[in-house]
Design a protein around this ligand. Structure first.
Ligand code: DAH
Length: 362
């Protein structure tokens, strides 16, 4: 360490060459100290030690070397001192290297809390499962039981016992897919869930209150409103004193629970071989509230399901006394319910399993 408190004579400096080496050594000492300073505090200590006004090395050099320098060295001392001062000032103006690195590291790790998070999608239940569930819950609340039955049926259950003998023209209401069997026409894919009415009544005495959710099949070409396999929910209630009023009340209850309390119901005369009288259940259009729009084709009403009072002829097939018992039945398409409720305009969307469609229904 060069001692700047001693005079040049005391240090043994007598010529320009020695002087140059002396300042070079000083400069090196300073550079080493600057490289070692880690933070603001150490940097400040360095500044005070070298450029401090009272006792910094620059000050001592001025006092101990420059002022008392012999005339032949004075000019050279002044020049070296100015160069050293300029170097110190330039270096001290920049923040310590280690501190800069720390700032850069902290900057890299900074968390921007205003950035949007990474969304990770959870799976969702298929919209049809959700709607099926909702329909079942609505009927479970008023005492119905959920049952299911076979998707491969005999013509007897799918047609005959529902009051459609062979060659009955009403069989044409359902485009039927038959299963290939040795004797053609023995088995078919059920075209509706109504066969379960017969199967249940064969085995149970009234009171009957069941709903039958399940898949049905039709020989239809797929388009925006047709699919060859889709879901229905069948309903059947039979007891000693069930009236048309009970039927209407239950339909009204369901429609209000499923579509909302503002929706009104209307029954329109219809025809099914297994009900008498038969009715189509309509709900007031929940888009325009009856004023008329594209969804309800300007009528203010939307067809929801087929229904009616069980035809006494059906009781004959299951051994019920038609004089003692009465009841009602209905059958609704589940995709249709979902399409109406959620404004879905293509039934094929339910079967394509495109997550962009499915994940909208959480
Ligand atoms: N099974 C009929 C269909 O698929 C719907 C239906 C209408 C069911 C009237 C019923 C009913 O139980 O009483 O088109």
């Amino acid at each position: 360490m060069t001692d700047t408190r001693k005079s040049l004579a005391e240090l043994g400096i007598v010529d320009a060459v020695q002087l140059e080496a002396l300042f070079a050594a000083l400069r090196e000492e300073f550079d080493r100290a600057a490289a070692e300073a880690r933070d603001g505090t150490e940097w400040e200590a360095l500044r005070v030690a070298w450029a401090g006004r009272k006792a910094g090395k620059l000050r001592q050099i001025t006092e101990n070397w420059l002022k008392p320098a012999p005339p032949e060295l004075k000019r050279a001392v002044g020049q070296h001192l100015n160069e050293l001062r300029a170097h110190l000032e330039a270096t001290l103006a920049k923040p310590p290297q280690a501190g800069a690195a720390a700032v850069a590291a902290a900057e890299a790790e900074r968390v921007d809390l205003s950035l949007p998070g990474i969304e990770r999608y959870l799976g969702v239940r298929h919209i049809l499962s959700q709607v099926l569930d909702e329909i079942q819950q609505i009927f479970l609340r008023i005492g119905f039981t959920v049952v299911d039955g076979p998707e491969i049926e005999t013509p007897y259950y799918n047609f005959e016992a529902l009051n459609m003998p062979a060659d009955h023209p009403a069989r044409d209401m359902w485009d039927t897919l038959y299963v290939e069997t040795p004797r053609p026409g023995e088995l078919l894919l059920r075209t509706h869930t109504s066969p379960m009415q017969i199967r249940w009544m064969e085995e149970h005495q009234p009171p009957v209150r069941i709903i039958v959710p399940g898949k049905v099949y039709r020989h239809d070409n797929p388009d925006a409103t047709h699919a060859f396999a889709f879901y229905q929910v069948e309903g059947l209630a039979v007891d000693t004193d069930i009236t048309f009023c009970d039927f209407r009340g239950v339909m009204d209850y369901f429609v209000k629970e499923f579509f909302g309390p503002k929706v009104k119901t209307r029954l329109q005369p219809s025809y099914f071989p297994f009900t008498e009288p038969s009715a189509d259940v309509y709900g007031s259009c929940f888009v325009c509230e009856g004023a008329g729009c594209r969804l309800c084709k300007q009528s203010g009403w939307i067809e929801l399901c087929g229904a009616g009072m069980v035809d006494p002829a059906v009781y004959g097939f299951v051994g019920y006394d038609a004089k003692k018992f009465s009841g009602f039945a209905f059958g609704m398409g589940v995709e249709r319910m979902a399409m109406l409720k959620y404004g879905i305009n293509d039934i094929q969307l339910f079967f394509q399993n495109d997550v962009r469609f499915l994940r909208q229904f959480r």
